[in-house]
Design a protein around this ligand. Structure first.
Ligand SMILES: *Cc1c(COP(=O)(O)O)cnc(C)c1O
Length: 419
């Protein structure tokens, strides 16, 4: 076997990884779905459990030699259940989308009707969009926001559920800055004899810290990613009631996956362990305060925010009044090292490649240790760039301010100690 390290064996990939590391350290990551996983999580996922086949579940595998991966998966499951107060957890889904697919496969038949939030109102592709398996295999209808309040229109949601009787209602979003009322979803779902799936991919960290109402007790199935506010490795998670466990286990394996990624499951266990510590709540509280500070300051610069503000970790800017598209705003901010993504806003007249909105999040900046003061500075930088995007001087000065901020709040410092 070749025993050379990465740098010598494959300099091209090594270089790209180095460049990505520098990029993550030298830019302001404001993509609401991203975060910086901690050192222990990174270490745990880069381990040789990647070699191990472990189809099945702890104690009931289809391969020998699973005693240590069993230990890891049991710990991951126990910690996930403890963290969210659930009676069942499955930590094997490779991603959030896979978690959703496994739930659908376990409890729906092709052609069944699902009802999720409209993609352009903040929903996710896997909630019934025609370009995703969820809209190809199942029939789907969508609910959305009230045009005025720009919050979920629960009355219309109830009417739609009564009229169409979906088999499953999906509560959850990728670009919704407000609290999701899972209790209300629960009432509507029960009233119509449907299943409720809560997809907490974005807000899992807030839910774990008790800063967003939990869907436990309301939803039949809860799915999540582990890499967004939860700050673990890239992956998926399913929580549920004990009685659905067998079907869900089968939905994941052999339903949609083969061997689980045991190295990632080790890292999930580490992340759940971190999230069970008191510091994690402090972190999530700061994520919220930072989003609040960023929103207030952007409003003071004359930006319109969808729904007028935020209750969570993200903000959706409506750029229409600023006469710039989401695409151009994303690219101008990218030039100075402020990394965001363009996003459709409710009732957007521009297509998904252009859009009239920007989505900003505070989880990653908060992991770097930034607080309200830095959020106000960054809001000012965003305003400078978007108001003067043709001025090289402004772009140059802003890039320098971004670099100074990044230097003041270093991340992954252990990498410097090692080299
Ligand atoms: C991010 C997200 C997912 C998908 O997660 P992937 O790991 O990218 O597949 C699913 N649902 C919601 C609401 C999300 O925000």
């Amino acid at each position: 076997m070749e025993e050379k390290g990465l740098q010598r064996l494959d300099p091209e990939i090594h270089r790209a990884i180095q460049a990505e590391t520098d990029r993550e350290r030298q830019t302001l990551v404001m993509i609401a779905s991203e975060n910086y996983a901690g050192r222990a999580v990174i270490e745990a996922q880069a381990n040789l459990m990647t070699n191990k086949y472990a189809e099945g579940y702890p104690g009931a595998r289809y391969y020998g030699g699973c005693e240590f991966v069993d230990e890891v998966e049991r710990l991951a499951v126990d910690r996930a259940m403890r963290l969210f107060g659930a009676k069942y957890a499955n930590v094997q889904p490779h991603s959030g989308s896979q978690a959703n697919m496994a739930v659908y496969l376990a409890f729906l038949k092709p052609g069944d009707l699902i009802m999720g939030m409209d993609l352009s109102h903040g929903g996710h592709l896997t909630h019934g969009s025609p370009v995703s398996f969820s809209g190809m295999i199942f029939r789907s209808i969508s609910y959305g926001l009230d045009p005025k309040s720009q919050r979920i229109d629960y009355d219309r949601l109830r009417d739609l559920a009564r009229k169409h009787k979906p088999k499953m209602i999906i509560a959850g979003a990728s670009a919704y800055p407000r609290i999701i009322d899972f209790r209300r979803f629960g009432e509507i779902t029960r009233e119509n004899g449907a299943y409720l799936m809560a997809d907490i991919a974005h807000i899992a960290g807030l839910v774990a810290a008790g800063l967003h109402p939990s869907p436990i007790g309301e939803a039949d199935f809860i799915t999540s990613t582990t890499h967004k506010t939860l700050r673990g490795p890239r992956g998926g998670l399913i929580l549920s009631r004990k009685k659905y466990g067998r079907e869900l286990d089968k939905g994941v394996f052999p339903g949609i996956q083969g061997g689980p990624l045991m190295h990632i499951i080790a890292a999930k266990a580490v992340a759940f362990g971190e999230a069970l510590r008191p510091e994690f709540s402090d972190y999530q509280k700061q994520v919220l305060s930072n989003a609040q500070a960023l929103a207030d300051e952007l409003i003071s610069f004359g930006f319109d925010l969808v729904s007028g503000g935020t209750d969570n970790h993200l903000i959706l800017i409506d750029l229409k009044r600023k006469r710039i598209t989401g695409k151009d705003a994303e690219s101008s901010l990218g030039k100075v090292g402020i990394i965001v993504n363009k996003n459709a806003i409710p009732f957007d007249k521009k297509g998904p490649r252009i859009t009239s909105g920007l989505r900003l999040g505070t989880p990653a900046l908060t992991t770097r240790g930034m607080k309200e003061r830095e959020m106000r500075i960054i809001a000012g930088l965003i305003n400078d760039v978007l108001e003067n995007r043709n001025s090289d001087k402004v772009l140059r000065n802003t890039r320098k301010s971004v670099s100074d901020l990044c230097r003041g709040f270093p991340i992954y410092q252990y990498l410097d100690e090692e080299s």
